[in-house]
Design a protein around this ligand. Structure first.
Ligand code: ZN
Length: 206
């Protein structure tokens, strides 16, 4: 900012107003030059975030959604965005009929991305009367586990007793894998179970 009369950049802000139209955020300033005393107005405007079409592929499915982005920014393949379906990585950008690697967001018609939402890694302990078999298990973040569930894991069939989440211990209700730290279980003499986590084991830690 400088004074249009004397060129000084010693400017005092006397007043400022914010206005908002459909597409723009406008800031209007009333300014005074500290050197020559000239009073003048200046206006700054920025484009408001707008919704853009986003197609997210995940394994063999794809999801259509929209994402709010600032039109004056640039987007590039490889950028990571936080969508309503979790974190996604941009793979391609459609501008008109062509696919490009990089574009000014206001020119974009469709953003193509892949889901990079990482699975939740939880601990799973099987209490064997003094000894404990302990596993690390990778699960979809919204996979639900409830105390009382009968689970097959490795060579055990167990019942879930306690679920430790980020902030509490559950003995009833349920929790999603995304917030679970560790599941505590004890073997039961059943042949049937609610689900099998054997294929989700990443490693056995004891
Ligand atoms: Zn001046």
């Amino acid at each position: 900012m400088e004074c249009p009369i004397c060129g000084s950049d010693d400017i005092e802000i006397l007043n400022s107003k914010q206005k908002s139209s459909k597409k723009k955020l406008i800031e209007e300033y009333l300014l005074k030059c500290e050197d020559c005393g000239h009073v003048f107005k200046d206006i700054f405007s920025a484009k408001k975030p707008q919704p853009y079409r986003l197609i997210i592929s995940e394994q063999d499915k794809s999801h259509k959604t929209t994402i709010e982005l600032s039109p004056s920014d640039e987007l590039e393949a490889g950028d990571v965005l936080l969508s309503d379906l979790g974190q996604v990585e941009v793979t391609s950008i459609e501008v008109g009929d062509t696919r490009v690697d990089k574009a000014l967001i206001e020119d974009i018609d469709t953003i193509w991305a892949v889901s990079v939402e990482i699975p939740a890694r939880i601990g799973f302990s099987v209490d064997l009367h003094g000894e404990v078999d302990s596993y690390k298990v990778d699960l979809e973040r919204d996979f639900k586990i409830a105390p009382g569930d009968v689970v097959k894991i490795d060579k055990h069939i167990v019942r879930v007793h306690v679920i430790k989440t980020q902030d509490r211990k559950l003995t009833s209700g349920f929790a999603k894998a995304g917030v679970i730290k560790r599941v505590y279980s004890k073997p039961v003499r059943f042949n049937n179970y609610d689900y099998d986590l054997t294929k989700d084991i990443v490693k056995k830690t004891s």
